[in-house]
Design a binder for this molecule. Structure first.
Ligand code: FE2
Length: 202
């Protein structure tokens, strides 16, 4: 079964002014779609053709970087759309307690997310990750994802230039500041409660 282009969970203009409709349409309709198409081209007629996206990522992580990059970028973008919301949301009591134990405050955690994303060299992603219940911020390069059995990503922000260039030129930090106000804390709380990775819709 082919990997699908996960629909945006909101209208393309719903995150304005943090992210413009122009950026979301291009990011989703061109960039994300290209990763999906290239993943499908790569797996067609192979043993991976009927696998889930998560299985394709696991099977290629160390053995086939070319396929891994397309598949992991497909997953990362779906997870990114789901990490954002036009609604005002709050962490659950459990997630708020974990944030308080790992950071000096909720605001401190958000600032570290912005700083690590802004200072990350080159293309990649900045994640809030739960590792056996302990929260940490982690930046990964290119299509990279938090690795390890016990690493459960709670949310991600895209720091590839294509995520902000149309709106903010090279000012990644301005994008991160704006988009950090659009994080879907309910989604992060659901991921934290589940204690296993979100799965890309089939
Ligand atoms: Fe992206």
């Amino acid at each position: 079964m082919a990997i699908t282009l996960m629909p945006l969970p909101y209208a393309p203009d719903a995150l304005q002014p943090a992210i413009s409709a122009d950026t979301l349409n291009t990011h989703h309709g061109k960039h994300h779609k290209t990763y999906v198409d290239k993943t499908n081209q790569a797996i067609a007629g192979t043993a991976l053709a009927d696998h889930s996206l998560e299985q394709i990522i696991a099977a290629t992580r160390t053995s086939d970087k070319k396929v891994f990059n397309q598949a992991a970028q497909t997953w990362n973008h779906g997870f990114y759309w789901a990490s954002l919301s036009p609604e005002s949301t709050k962490p659950s009591a459990d997630l708020a307690a974990a944030i308080s134990s790992a950071f000096s405050s909720h605001q401190d955690m958000v600032e570290q997310l912005i700083t690590q994303g802004a200072e990350h060299f080159g293309s990649g992603w900045v994640w809030l990750v739960s590792k056996a219940g302990e929260l940490a911020i982690e930046a990964t390069h290119d299509a990279g994802q938090p690795e390890g059995e016990d690493a459960n990503p709670l949310l991600v922000l895209d720091v590839w230039e294509h995520a902000y260039y149309l709106d903010r030129k090279q000012d990644r930090k301005a994008y991160l500041k704006a988009v950090s106000g659009k994080i879907d804390w309910q989604f992060a709380s659901e991921n934290f409660a589940r204690q296993s990775r979100w799965t890309y819709p089939r």
